[in-house]
Design a protein around this ligand. Structure first.
Ligand SMILES: NC(=O)c1ccc[n+]([C@@H]2O[C@H](COP(=O)([O-])OP(=O)(O)OC[C@H]3O[C@@H](n4cnc5c(N)ncnc54)[C@H](O)[C@@H]3O)[C@@H](O)[C@H]2O)c1
Length: 426
């Protein structure tokens, strides 16, 4: 946090006075006991908390009397987070809210490590850099109390953030929708042979995303998600190209290479530059996996066909993302299409003027068109097998909206009132 403040000061994004005042409010420490020095949240935040605290399970340990809330942000590991929550359970008073900044883990399992107060546990998924990005996904777990949802919402608002309440599932709303988007972008390059820059430019220059998906991967770091892949036995550099990039130490901007290469002398080392070495790695990867890559240059072992138009690349990457958003709505993980849109505009650089992915799909493309394209694309590559077709299966909400000729909001209301959609978990 101190490094971020210094960086913003250097770039002229913060005045000296603001930087000093922000730094003065931080009290870094490595000792849990120092949590007692935390400032109070104030009446505006604590007011809605009308909970009867359960008796403290460890009466002999000195409670951290002034600590009203903890936001845990340690490694993305369920085991480490559960260990921290067990420690917090032991030292914080029963009235302390315990939040986790996990990006994708099961918050119910984290809450189970604080057995006296699962009702006081909630996800608070800030976006990086947390001092700049406005979005916070506030994640309600199965046993989070309504008063805790209200208090955590107020905390986010007092921090100047825009909280969106979402349900607990792997990746919540934003990262869950990001996954199929990344899979399609990667598949366009590795399987179809579209150059990385063509994919990124279709999404950035064509649609208006702040950055293309592959450049975003390089910015965030391609090592993100590798630990869980290894833990689940999925890591395989021979079959998965991002695993191969990792194995080669190409983890993005911070290592000077990823999908692209970076040169400290060009754009401060942050400008993606085409890298012939990626072409060579792709060629070897395709040969190993028997991929014909029609759109790859012949020099990379491809068919040399001109890549599809930008509109088609946009559909290939974004329709599965839209479909996953519709699944979140159908399952009650997101409350409204507008909530999904806010997540993607404020958290992932979706162009605000397009209204977000749900609005784009419904008002600009039209849901019947989205359904038709999902089916056409899903049926277009039988050689890629059932896994490809599964990625393009339309969500039940899309089918119901097109069948009923009703808007997403009306369809959801109808399904939630009946039994054909999970009631909102929020
Ligand atoms: N980096 C992002 O873009 C981003 C965005 C949103 C959410 N998150 C989430 O924030 C969390 C942290 O991610 P990060 O990227 O900052 O990771 P990081 O590896 O940069 O930092 C994790 C920190 O946790 C500390 N830590 C690890 N084990 C600990 C323990 N037992 N006790 C105390 N501290 C411990 C480490 O020393 C390190 O400083 C993760 O849950 C991640 O999913 C990260």
């Amino acid at each position: 946090m101190q490094a971020d403040i210094a960086k913003q000061l250097k770039r002229g994004q913060l005045s000296e006075a603001a930087a000093r005042s922000q730094a003065a409010r931080l009290s870094p420490t490595l000792a849990f006991a120092d949590l007692a020095r935390c400032a109070t949240l104030g009446e505006a935040v604590t007011l809605p908390l009308r909970l009867t605290p359960s008796p403290h399970p460890y009466p002999s340990s000195p409670p951290l009397a002034r600590c009203e809330m903890v936001v845990e942000a340690v490694f993305e590991s369920l085991a480490v987070k559960r260990q921290i929550f067990a420690q917090l359970e032991a030292i914080c008073p029963a009235s302390t809210l315990l939040c986790t900044n996990t990006s994708a883990l099961d918050i119910d399992q984290i809450a189970a490590a604080a057995p006296s107060r699962p009702h006081m546990v909630m996800g608070m998924h800030f976006f990086s850099p947390a001092n700049v990005m406005r979005l916070v996904e506030n994640v309600r777990a199965a046993r989070t109390a309504p008063a805790v949802v209200a208090a955590v919402t107020l905390v986010a608002l007092r921090l100047g953030k825009t909280p969106v309440l979402v349900g607990n599932c792997p990746g919540f709303v934003g990262n869950r929708m990001l996954a199929p988007y990344g899979v399609e972008a990667e598949s366009l390059v590795t399987v179809d042979g579209v150059p990385p820059r063509a994919v990124d430019e279709a999404l950035s220059l064509g649609l208006g995303m702040a950055m293309g998906p592959l450049a975003v991967g390089d910015l965030a770091g391609l090592e993100i998600g590798q630990a869980p892949r290894k833990a689940q036995g999925l890591y395989d550099p021979d079959r998965h190209f991002v695993d191969l990039l990792n194995a080669k130490g190409r983890i993005g901007q911070k290592s000077g290479s990823g999908w692209y290469r970076y040169d400290a002398a060009v754009g401060g080392g942050r400008q993606p530059l085409p890298d012939p070495e990626v072409g060579a790695l792709l060629r070897a990867h395709r040969a190993r996996n028997g991929l014909s890559a029609p759109y790859a240059p012949r020099a990379e072992g491809g068919g040399g066909v001109a890549p599809p138009a930008a509109d088609e690349l946009v559909e290939r990457c974004l329709l599965p993302l839209v479909n996953e958003g519709l699944r979140c709505l159908h399952e009650g993980i997101a409350r409204t299409p507008a909530d999904v849109d806010v997540v993607w505009i404020l958290g992932y650089g979706f162009p605000a003027w397009r209204g977000g992915p749900m609005h784009w799909a419904e008002a600009q493309l039209g849901l019947p068109y989205v359904l038709r394209r999902m089916r056409e694309i899903g049926a277009s590559r039988p050689e890629l097998g059932a896994a490809f077709a599964r990625r393009w299966e339309p969500s039940p909400l899309l089918l119901a909206a097109v069948e009923g000729r009703t808007s997403l909001a009306e369809t959801l209301a109808r399904l939630r009132a009946g039994t054909r959609a999970a009631p909102s978990k929020l």
